[in-house]
Design a protein around this ligand. Structure first.
Ligand code: HEC
Ligand code: HEC
Length: 155
């Protein structure tokens, strides 16, 4: 029985390392094992509230898809934020920091307008779309204004 277990373990280990060589990793460390990659993948899927097939062709995980390519850019951004901007803090950002269970992050109520350098018009539009915040930005130190219960649809 023991011998059988050892054999199975050996075969599994052999398979794992064979798979490692095949993995096409461009942003994750190439030293990760297949199991480690899968654990990271489970975290990404959970953070975005999606299943593996959101980013993958399930018949060939190494095949690049539109969402997989976007995800690679996201990984680079997260690494950038954590190594350049947050290096001196203990808590870095993760996919969940922004996504919080959504494939497309939802702007929180009271968030400052997007693209203020362009006059903030576009930002205001976005906020209306999301039914989020009123046009007046929250004052620093004050809690953000609550979102209206029944957001008015723009004509
Ligand atoms: C948000 C998109 C996303 C989701 C969801 C996701 N993956 Fe991935 N996956 C990627 C990206 C991007 C890579 C390539 C990483 C790199 O380039 O370093 C990858 C790589 C992989 C690889 C290595 C493929 C190869 O080249 O051999 C496997 C295996 C994998 N994912 C499995 C999974 C599984 C299983 C799930 C579901 C639990 C999952 N992925 C969910 C984006 C995703
Ligand atoms: C700083 C905030 C932020 C972080 C951190 C972040 N994302 Fe994103 N992500 C966004 C925004 C903003 C979008 C664009 C959503 C839209 O199109 O409205 C997006 C879009 C995406 C999309 C495309 C979704 C779609 O439906 O088209 C994928 C896939 C994705 N992110 C994966 C990831 C992964 C994986 C991580 C962690 C490695 C991550 N993101 C971390 C902000 C973030």
């Amino acid at each position: 029985m023991l011998l059988l277990c050892a054999l199975v373990a050996l075969v599994l280990a052999g398979r794992a390392s064979a798979q490692n060589k095949k993995m096409k990793l461009e942003v994750l460390p190439k030293t990760l094992s297949n199991k480690e990659v899968k654990n990271i993948m489970k975290g990404w899927a959970q953070s975005l509230g999606v299943k593996c097939d959101f980013c993958h062709d399930l018949l060939d995980f190494s095949k690049d898809t539109e969402h997989k390519t976007i995800a690679r850019g996201m990984v680079k951004m997260v690494n950038d934020i954590n190594t350049k901007h947050l290096a001196k803090y203990k808590v870095g950002v993760t996919c969940a920091t922004c996504h919080r269970g959504n494939a497309e992050p939802v702007r929180p109520p009271g968030a400052p307008p997007l693209h203020p350098e362009e006059g903030g018009e576009e930002g205001a539009e976005h906020q209306h779309e999301q039914g989020a915040a009123p046009a007046t930005p929250a004052q620093p130190g004050q809690p953000p204004a609550p979102a209206p219960a029944q957001p008015k649809k723009k004509p």
